[in-house]
Design a protein around this ligand. Structure first.
Ligand code: HEC
Ligand code: HEC
Length: 370
C-alpha cells in the first residue's frame, strides 16, 4: 500500500517533468520562430495560407470535431462513475492501512519509551519495574525517605476490558488517552497536556498499538478466573472477596500494594522491606470501608453496579453525588456479578479504625530486625 502510493507519485513526477520540459521547448522554439518572422508578415500571416473550403469545413471537418467531442464526453461519463464506485473501497483501505501504520508506529514508540520494561514484554503486566518511592518520615522524625524499590505494573493487554469499556473503535477511546496524557500514580505523564514528551499524534499511535494488542473479553475473564483459583488454592484462609480484591482492586485502593521486595534507603544506606498498608485504606483510589461504603451506597446493589461499570468522567455516583474522574475502571467484562458481590461484601467488612491506626507501623528497617 505504502509502496503503491510512492510508485504513483514517481510516475506523476515523471509526467510533470515531461510536461514542464515540453513547455520550455515550445516556448523556446516559438520565441526563435517569431524572431525570424519579423518583417515577413505578408507571406506568413495565418489567414493567408490555404484553408479548406466551406464544403469541407461544415461537412466532414465539423463531423470529425463533433465525434471527438462525443468521445471525450463518453470517457468522462464512464470514467467518473467508475472512479466514484471504487472510492468507498479506497477509503476503507486507507483507514485499515492507517490503523495498521499507527499501531506499528505506536509499537516502535513503546519500545523506545520502554513501556514493556514495566508492563511486561507480553503486556501481561508481570513485571516489577524499578521505582523511586517517597515514603515520608516513617523511620525518623527529622528525615523523609526516598527509597528505591520495585513496583508491579498492571497488564496492558486487558486495559480496554477495564477502561473505555463502551468504545467500539479507536475514535471512542477517551479514558486511556487521559491516562497516557496525564500519567497515573508512579507512571509519568506521556502526553504534552500533562507535561510529557509526546504529541497528540504519538499518543494516538500508542493507543492504536494498545488497541491492536488487546485480548478478547473471554480470554481476559478466563485469565481472571485462573488467577483467582490459583490464589484461593494457595491461601485457603482468605475469602473469595479478599482474593479478588487483592487481585483487582488493592493496587489502587491499598497503600504501597504494588511495591515489593527490599528497598534501599539512600539517606543512610539501610534497607527496608516495603509492606502494603491496611487493606483498602486508600491510595490512588479513596479508602473503602464499612463506614464510608454504607454512607456512599446504602444499598449494596448500587455499589455492585458502580463496580461493574466503573466511574465515568464528571458523572455523579453514590449518595454524595461524587464525580468520577477517569480513575475507577469497570469490572463487568471480566468478573461475574457474584464475584463483584463477594468483593463488595469484603469491602463493606473493612474496619475504618484499623485502617487509620496501622498506616505506617508495618514498615520497618531491616537493621532494626537484626
Ligand atoms: C516506570 C514504569 C512504567 C513505564 C515505563 C510505563 N508504565 Fe504504564 N504504568 C506503570 C504503573 C506502575 C502503572 C499503574 C499506576 C500505579 O500503580 O501507580 C501504569 C499504568 C498504565 C496504564 C493504566 C492501566 C491501568 O489499568 O491502570 C496504561 C494504559 C499505561 N500504564 C500505559 C503505558 C504506556 C503506553 C507506556 C509507554 C509509553 C507505559 N505505560 C510506560 C508503570 C510504567
Ligand atoms: C486503576 C485504579 C483503580 C482500580 C484498579 C480500582 N479502583 Fe476503585 N476507584 C478508583 C478511583 C480513582 C476512584 C474514585 C473515583 C474516580 O476518580 O473515578 C475509585 C472509587 C471506588 C469506589 C467508590 C468509593 C468512594 O469513596 O468514592 C469503590 C466502591 C471502588 N472504587 C471499588 C473498587 C473495586 C471493588 C475494585 C476492584 C474490583 C476497584 N475499585 C479497583 C481507582 C481504582
Amino acid at each position: 500500500m505504502i509502496y503503491a502510493a510512492t510508485t504513483e507519485r514517481s510516475i506523476a513526477m515523471v509526467l510533470l517533468a515531461v510536461v514542464v520540459v515540453g513547455w520550455a521547448i515550445y516556448v523556446f522554439v516559438n520565441i526563435r520562430r517569431s524572431k525570424s518572422e519579423i518583417g515577413s508578415e505578408i507571406e506568413l500571416a495565418a489567414n493567408r495560407g490555404s484553408l479548406p473550403d466551406d464544403e469541407v469545413l461544415e461537412g466532414s471537418r465539423l463531423e470529425q470535431v463533433q465525434a471527438f467531442g462525443v468521445l471525450m464526453l463518453l470517457i468522462i461519463a464512464l470514467v467518473l462513475p467508475i472512479y466514484w464506485l471504487r472510492e468507498g473501497g479506497r477509503r476503507a483501505g486507507a483507514e485499515v492501512g492507517f490503523g495498521e501504520r499507527a499501531a506499528a508506529a505506536g509499537e516502535r514508540l513503546a519500545e523506545e519509551l520502554e513501556c514493556v520494561v514495566c508492563h511486561g514484554a507480553d503486556l501481561g503486566g508481570a513485571n516489577y519495574a524499578p521505582v523511586v518511592l517517597d515514603i515520608g518520615n516513617q523511620f525518623s522524625d527529622e528525615e523523609t525517605y526516598i527509597v528505591k524499590t520495585t513496583w508491579r505494573a498492571p497488564a496492558l493487554d486487558t486495559v480496554f476490558a477495564r477502561f473505555d469499556t463502551d468504545a467500539e473503535n479507536l475514535d471512542e477511546v477517551d479514558e486511556v488517552r487521559q491516562i497516557l496524557n496525564y500519567g497515573r500514580g508512579v507512571m509519568p505523564a506521556w502526553g504534552l497536556p500533562g507535561g510529557g514528551p509526546l504529541t497528540s499524534q504519538e499518543v494516538d499511535n500508542l493507543i492504536a498499538w494498545l488497541w491492536r494488542e488487546r485480548i478478547s473479553d473471554d480470554d481476559a475473564s478466563q485469565q481472571a478466573l485462573q488467577a483467582k483459583e490459583t490464589e484461593m488454592a494457595a491461601h485457603p484462609e482468605k475469602s473469595e472477596g479478599q482474593v479478588l480484591f487483592e487481585l483487582h482492586c488493592a493496587r489502587c485502593h491499598t497503600p504501597r500494594w504494588p511495591a515489593r521486595g527490599p528497598a534501599q534507603l539512600p539517606n543512610n544506606g539501610g534497607e527496608v522491606e516495603v509492606i502494603p498498608g491496611p487493606a483498602g485504606s486508600g491510595r490512588y483510589g479513596p479508602a473503602l470501608n464499612a463506614v464510608s461504603l454504607e454512607r456512599l451506597f446504602p444499598d449494596i446493589e448500587d455499589q455492585i453496579s458502580f463496580i461493574t461499570s466503573g466511574a465515568a468522567d464528571n458523572v455523579a455516583y453514590g449518595e454524595f453525588a461524587r464525580l468520577g474522574n477517569y480513575g475507577m475502571p469497570g469490572f463487568g467484562r471480566i468478573l461475574t456479578q457474584e464475584e463483584i458481590r463477594a468483593i463488595s461484601e469484603y469491602e463493606r467488612s473493612l474496619d475504618q479504625t484499623e485502617q487509620s491506626t496501622v498506616q505506617f507501623a508495618e514498615l520497618h528497617t531491616s537493621k532494626d530486625d537484626q
